[in-house]
Structures are given as structure tokens and as C-alpha cells.
Design a protein around this ligand. Structure first.
Ligand code: C2G
Length: 133
């Protein structure tokens, strides 16, 4: 049977770092499922709402050639359930989360991939603000 890879993220103001991690995640298996954080979860995590709305962030991720399925990640506490429900064999996260998801090694392989250097939603927003566009 083919291997299912699962990953999670906000993917706000979608950029090349997001695309690269999804492509590398997809290359580890046969099917890529992506949990996109809800607007509410993002507010809880970061104290602000994303720039792009949940439905748009999901549509962007769902439209990528490397992505087979998307769902809304409603809570950080439900990762185990999401892994089980989607029958994931591999959990992929960026290395900004290294060690944080090791408890799921009882359910599937856990792989942390290096982030793409020099790009983040926060930096994009800061440079747009600084340029006063
Ligand atoms: N990422 C990357 N390179 C960057 C920026 C982000 O590889 N330059 C990766 C992150 O490591 C993450 C994914 O892209 O794996 C999504 O990033 P975010 O949208 O910032 O995700 P985050 O808000 O950290 O949400 O349950 C976990 C959370 O939902 C993760």
C-alpha cells in the first residue's frame, strides 16, 4: 500500500518556503494530506488573525499539484486524531518545530525538514509595511 504523508501549517500569504516544504513532504510518500490551521487556531497560536482567510488559504493549498487532500486543523491538541483519521504513515514538520511532535512516533514516522532560508510571512509583511506599498 502507498504511504500517506501528513503535514500542518497556516500557509498565510503563501510563499516559496511553503511550496518547497509541501513538495519535499509529498516526495516522502505517495499521498500528501495537509491540515490548514483555522483562523481561530491561528489567533490562539499567534495572537492575530491571518491575512488570508481560512477558506482562501485552504483553496491555495488544495490547488497545488503536490497536495492530494486538505482539511481544517481546528486544534493543536488533535494531531494524534488527525494522524489516525487520515491513516498517515509519516508526519512532516518544518525544523522550527523540531522535537515538538516526537510523541507521535508511536503512531507514525516523524520527520522534520529544514526550512527555506530568508523567507517568512512575518518578514514579507514587515517589508511590505516598510516599503509603504
Ligand atoms: N516553512 C518553511 N520555510 C519557511 C517558512 C515556513 O519550510 N521559510 C514551513 C514551516 O516549517 C511549516 C510550514 O512551512 O512546516 C507552514 O508554516 P506556517 O504557516 O508558519 O505554519 P505554522 O503556523 O508554524 O503552523 O500544527 C502546527 C501548526 O499548524 C504549524
Amino acid at each position: 500500500m502507498g504511504k500517506t504523508v501528513i503535514t500542518f501549517g497556516t500557509f498565510d500569504v503563501f510563499h516559496i518556503g511553503h511550496l518547497r516544504i509541501l513538495e519535499r513532504a509529498a516526495a516522502l510518500g505517495d499521498r500528501l494530506v495537509v491540515g490548514v490551521s483555522s483562523d481561530r487556531l491561528n489567533f490562539k497560536k499567534k495572537g492575530r488573525y491571518p491575512v488570508f482567510k481560512e477558506a482562501d488559504r485552504m483553496a491555495i493549498v488544495a490547488g497545488l499539484a503536490c497536495v492530494d487532500e486538505v482539511f481544517t486543523e481546528e486544534s493543536l491538541e488533535w494531531k494524534g486524531e488527525y494522524i489516525t483519521t487520515h491513516k498517515a504513515d509519516i508526519l512532516v514538520m518544518g525544523d522550527d518545530w523540531v522535537g515538538r511532535f516526537d510523541e507521535f512516533k508511536r503512531l507514525c514516522d516523524v520527520v522534520y525538514l529544514p526550512r527555506t532560508d530568508n523567507i517568512s510571512t512575518t518578514e514579507i509583511l514587515a517589508s511590505v509595511r516598510a516599503a509603504n506599498l
